[in-house]
Design a protein around this ligand. Sequence first.
Ligand code: KG4
Ligand code: ZN
Length: 360
Amino acid sequence: MKYFERMKEKFKKLQAKKDVIVLSIESSCDETSVAVVKNGREVLSNIIASQIEIHRRFGGVVPEVASRNHITAIANIFDEALQKAGVTKNQIDAVAVTYGAGLVGALLVGVNFAKSLAYTLDVPLIAVSHVHGHISANYISHAKLEPPFVCLMVSGGHTAILEVKDYEEYRLLGTTVDDAVGEAFDKVARVLGLPYPGGPEIDKLAKTGKDIYKFTVSNSLKDTFNFSFSGIKTAVVNFVHNHEQKGEAFEKCDVARSFEEHVTDELTSKAVRACHYVGQTKLVVAGGVGANYMLKEKLKEMCEKEGIEFYAPVLSFCTDNAAMIGSAGYYMIKKGLGLADLDLTAKPNVELGAVYETKS
Ligand code: KG4
Ligand code: ZN
């Protein structure tokens, strides 16, 4: 019997199995990560090899360099993840991997490693969307959190509001029409001469600055749940260039603060309005920008006022990691979704809210 035919049977059995151990792999950008997750919530290990230092000197992620570093790191990270978890290869019930969205060359390293592993161990291969992984980071952070809820998804690649109706059941309410919010943070940091990744640098700097510049977010999308950050990003870039050309002084912290205030106001008000719109009383933030202090403070405060429960992932699960992929993979197994064959390949873009379609 062919691998995929055998796996269809094993996959069905896994849906009913009491304890399920998922080995998960994430390599969509500049973090190589392997984790072992039990029953979707118990993180037995989560090893992350960050390439931030390598890319910092280029001022951003260089895709080719990222792929090469994933290749050299992944086998050792895998060994370390098993060792830390105290689990043997034979105890792995399934392999879950990020197949998109992300840098194709980087993703391919994880996908190919996962395929070889699933084939060798003769266990099902689960294709996980990176974005859904970010949302699941909340399940490993909050033992009692269950869908339904509204999710504000904010990362370097995505900005969206989704209604999470059930595990792996999504409805997209709005998305960015241009830049992702993390991209805007990184660009603003770059023009201010701050190191990569810029988001955390802006976060730090903004705490000491004043909101004195009127960098506003476009009003044209105010009645929707969509976002546009390219206008405010360009306004900041022009402001800095104009001042530099004229030799006029300004405080970087005031620019960072003014930018961050307006961006976080926009994210907060739309996310809370989305909760009321769909009648949900739980709001969850996900993705790297979810680590932002001001954003979390505003969301917390506004949710409290409006009678909404607010959840954010613990800091270490906010940015890219494999544990969140293992959690999403587990819930996909339980819902009979995402089983992949050995022809699985990397996708630069994955439709927000769409779950990998198993071929029949
Ligand atoms: O989720 P993530 O690790 O990767 C993607 O899936 O894109 O998000 C990375 C993004 C980067 O743009 C980074 O600058 C931003 O998240 N970020 C932050 C903070 N920490 C990371 N942005 C604002 N404040 C932070 N504290
Ligand atoms: Zn990410």
